[in-house]
Design a protein around this ligand. Sequence first.
Ligand code: SDX
Length: 427
Amino acid sequence: MTQKEAQLKIGNQTVNLPIYSGTYGNDVIGISDLGKAGVFTYDPGFMATAACESKITYIDGDKGVLLYRGYPIEQLAEESDFLEVCYLLLNGELPNAVQKQTFSKQINNHTMLHEQISLFYRGFRRDAHPMAVMVGVVGALSAFYHDSLDINNPSHREIAAFRLIAKMPTIAAMCYKYHIGQPFMYPQNRLSYAENFLYMLFGVPSEEYQPNPVIARALDRIFILHADHEQNASTSTVRLAGSTGANPFACISAGIAALWGPAHGGANEACLNMLKEIGDVSQIKKYVDRAKDPKDPFRLMGFGHRVYKNYDPRAKVMRETCHEVLEAVGAKNEPLFKIAMELERIALEDDYFIEKKLYPNVDYYSGITLSAIGIPTNMFTVIFALARTVGWISHWNEMHANNSRIGRPRQLYTGPAERDFVPVKKR
Ligand code: SDX
């Protein structure tokens, strides 16, 4: 980081603050010493606050750019595969052929779960939301693996990353199987990462199951698109939890909980439910008008983004993948897809959405694609969490490798001034 300076005048004092520049993006003003001048900065929702330095992912919201370790998401989605992207996000470089094969074997060594883990599912009702189950089961993993709990040991951090990347598909598929009352399927390491997930999701002990290669490729691409996204709410949650030295599995469980919100990763499920509620292209205008009404809390799910004020580059790839999958499963006249295309057209022509720079985000088409693959709506965010785990654990690892301090935001206190206690008989 190069160093320039900003001057802040506060009353009759001038505070000199360092300015740092990165590879791309806005310069940042170092404010850590502002407290000495008797002030804090105030930025609810972190609209303009960089909480850390990172080398993993870069987003340019105006140009619709997303880079994983410098590689454009469009190229990775087209030419790479998810496991290769996991290696890239974790290590900073694309693997060569030997590294790729070794990494794949390392992940495959951890795809199964300790048999005791399957008992945790039994404690949930069958109709429990799969995200609630996933939060619980991933958190329970922190009760295992006492062989590698030293987060300051890079090899312990690496084995935690391998275990999480390897086990999330198994855990996710088990959430689904438990929900529908079918037996759990053990992973088959002869299959690719996405094929294995489809096998554990849709395979049954009584039948042969061969994953559809088009669907497997589409799923692998969906994993790539969702793998990481800078300091979004769930990644920031994992970093903050990790900064206390907490167990990595517990930190990822916290990330899953944050992702579940409909304003974040829960939007794909909310978007599909919204399209179902709209029900017909004739009803679109009513919902668009509701979304524009400041008195109505309704928002168009799958539209808008804190950073992308242009097109979400992932939405562009997701839209193409959606077409491919609908073609492959013979559902290209899928009514929901038609509603989605018409809603996108109407919204993108509407002054409200143009003025507020609201474009379809990655969640807009992922729901329709997953639905066409036969994945139930309440599993959509589970799949988002499966994919985002590598991003979360990469940021967690980067934070520990940089010996980051515990995160402890300050506040603007507007509560009561100090006052004496009043005994109940005098109240
Ligand atoms: C993800 O951060 C990430 O990187 C997240 C993510 C990732 O990969 O980790 O990209 C994944 O979370 C994608 C976003 C999925 N969420 C949704 O699709 C839910 C619908 N979108 C909105 O809730 C909203 O757009 C957010 C939460 C995504 C962004 O919220 P911001 O940046 O806080 O923007 P805002 O709420 O301040 O909205 C700005 C204005 C507001 O109007 P005014 O107060 O200025 O009058 O735009 C309006 C909002 O009312 N607005 C919408 C809208 N989104 C914003 N109006 C109608 N429909 C919408 N979807």
